[in-house]
Design a protein around this ligand. Sequence first.
Ligand SMILES: Cc1cc2nc3c(=O)[nH]c(=O)nc-3n(C[C@H](O)[C@H](O)[C@H](O)COP(=O)(O)O)c2cc1C
Length: 212
Amino acid sequence: MKKLILFLIMATIFTGANAQAPQVIKLNERNLNRGSSLMQALQDRRSVREYADEPLSPADLSDLLWAADGVNRPDGHHTAATALNKEDVDIYVLLKEGAYLYKPAESELVLVAEGDHRELIRGGQEDFPIPPVTLVMVSTPSRFGVPDAKASMMMGAVDAGIVSQNIMLFCAANGLVTVPRASMDSAALSKLLKLEEGSIPVINNPVGYPVK
Ligand SMILES: Cc1cc2nc3c(=O)[nH]c(=O)nc-3n(C[C@H](O)[C@H](O)[C@H](O)COP(=O)(O)O)c2cc1C
């Protein structure tokens, strides 16, 4: 009996049951030598709402995030333009293991909430398939520091759209599939991601490999 209990404990440890999501996921150095041409990516871009049941490889996840909004210059500027260079958009990454915040300067993901919360992107689309990863673009318009709230929200929406387009072109060029989506449970996501008052989940991009 003692042997059986010991076996069960060891099996639990080694099969990863109760495995905790890592606090930090270090991303790979971006690979500039991949993907089709920009013209071919534009030709291939389309919305796809079906995803293979397969997690993204570390290389694909790393390059996807770098393309979306990584640091591309020594002065710290990013692949995505932002109004007034205020970098108002944060990317939250919903994985099976947990919800993470992408930190472009550190090239890492930082755990915000443990567990699988990917269904929160469904919003009104209740039959939307659960993708291996969804990137949620959150704008914080107060970062612009301008008194015109409407103008700030518009700039934030444009900035999030630019990140979304980077994601779409990366996917089209690299054999991944995605769709830009306004649908999501914004209130539940704001709570889960501990967003500050006024931050807006603007758009999300589920990303995966195509169904064969
Ligand atoms: C701002 C925006 C919001 C969108 N929201 C959703 C959405 O909530 N759900 C969805 O399935 N598609 C959504 N789409 C995708 C559009 O339906 C899609 O881009 C459109 O049908 C054109 O198809 P295409 O992307 O293949 O060219 C959205 C697109 C944009 C630009």
